[in-house]
Design a binder for this molecule. Structure first.
Ligand code: OSB
Ligand code: MG
Length: 382
């Protein structure tokens, strides 16, 4: 199976050049409502941001790690540590981005830390050329599909209200979180009320193979997929489960690289793949993964990590690439934050699509006074 692709010339050839100022910032934005999953309930979005400044250009990256290791092993603090001590020291003006990524090859794991810095550098390169990121990467799109991920709710009526709201907003598909004690009855209630809805469920690894019988009961509800039913570090057991279910499985947190995705495809562990650029090491790795999926007839979609507008903009830019054939977890800003740190907010058009930001780089503007307002800490590296 092919897992490598030729990189664009600019990526190999263009030196990254001098960067005047490099900073790491941590912000915490309150959510409009707590986001509950089988692994944690988050009441705010704490995010590590990478800020680069050079000749009047400001570029940004957002690390998708949470402050805790409940969804993934990396945290905001571990990512800052890795960026400062192992990734930034490799950055030299004469290196191209591809050259830098090769030097990062010694660093194992820590994909979220890499992604934050790689994405900030990509934003800088695109802004220097005055082109949107998707164009720099060789893609074109004017809009992308939308999808919403509804957290675990207090009761089935509360869940039905949330789904109703999402349907009224025009989302192209709805994902509901499930977990032990919040599964068959909850999915059944949503399906009975919304018979034609494109609906899926995300368990965040709450089940084990012994639950195959229970999970098979979900087959009758025509879910487009079940996301990560088994452990966050399993690929193999998912292949055994997939063989027992009619519903397609989708892997999220157990795929950290293109090679992981290749293993999952070869083992038939899933029929769909969730690509989170932040989880797999950045935009370039995400594009390789999308290409692998496309070559193997595996539909892919862009996941989300409740990002601020910076990470959300990256996810939208990414979806201009071929391979992202399913709606992602890309939702309107207002369902996460009363006030975000970027303008303009993400909104759905009358057909439920999200407009591709056409400004240079990630295409949106970071409101620095709001970053200050939600700032937990700021460290100037250079
Ligand atoms: O499993 O996809 C997940 C959010 C945080 C951590 C893990 C997940 C999620 C989501 C929300 O489902 C996606 C979003 O709205 O950004
Ligand atoms: Mg998930």
């Amino acid at each position: 199976m092919k897992t490598k692709e030729r990189v664009p010339d600019w990526l190999e050839e263009e030196p990254l050049g001098h960067i005047e100022r490099i900073e790491l910032l941590t912000v915490s934005l309150p959510f409009v409502a707590p986001f509950g999953t089988s692994v944690a309930t988050w009441t705010c979005k704490e995010a590590l941001l990478v800020r680069l400044e050079d000749k009047g250009i400001t570029a940004w990256g957002e690390c998708v790690a949470d402050p805790d290791p409940y969804y993934a092993a990396e945290t905001t603090v571990s990512a800052a540590f890795i960026i400062k001590n192992f990734l930034l020291p490799e950055l030299k003006p004469e290196l191209s981005l591809a050259g830098l990524l090769r030097r990062w090859g010694r660093v194992r794991g820590n994909e979220m830390a890499r992604a934050a810095l790689e994405n900030a550098l990509l934003d800088l390169l695109a802004k220097r050329r005055g082109v949107p990121l998707h164009a720099l990467l060789g893609f074109a799109a004017t809009r992308v599909m939308s999808g919403i991920s509804i957290g675990l709710q207090e009761s089935i009526p509360a869940l039905l209200d949330k789904v109703q709201e999402a349907v009224a907003s025009g989302y192209h598909r709805v994902k509901m979180k499930i977990g032990r004690g919040h599964d068959v009855e909850w999915v059944k209630a949503v399906r009975e009320r919304f018979p034609a809805l494109a609906l899926m469920a995300d368990a965040n690894g709450d089940y084990s193979l012994e639950d195959s019988g229970l999970l098979a009961r979900l087959d009758e509800f025509a879910l487009t997929m079940i996301e990560q039913p088994l452990s966050y570090h399993d690929i193999y057991q998912h292949s055994l489960l997939q063989a027992r279910l009619k519903t397609p499985l989708c892997l999220d947190e157990s795929l950290h690289s293109v090679d992981d995705a290749a293993a999952a495809i070869a083992l038939k562990s899933c029929r769909v793949i969730n690509i989170k650029q932040g989880r797999v090491g950045g935009m370039l790795a995400a594009l390789q993964m999308a290409r692998l999926c496309k070559e193997n007839g595996i539909p892919a979609w862009s996941g989300g990590m409740d990002e601020t507008g910076i990470g959300r903009a990256l996810n939208i830019q990414l979806q201009a690439a071929p391979g992202f054939t399913l709606p992602g977890d890309t939702s309107e800003t207002r369902r996460y934050f009363k006030e975000d740190i970027v303008e303009p907010p993400v909104v759905l058009d009358k057909d439920g699509f999200i407009a591709m930001p056409m400004g240079p780089g990630i295409g949106i503007e970071v409101m620095e006074e709001r970053v200050e307002k939600y700032l937990l800490g700021r460290e100037k590296i250079k």
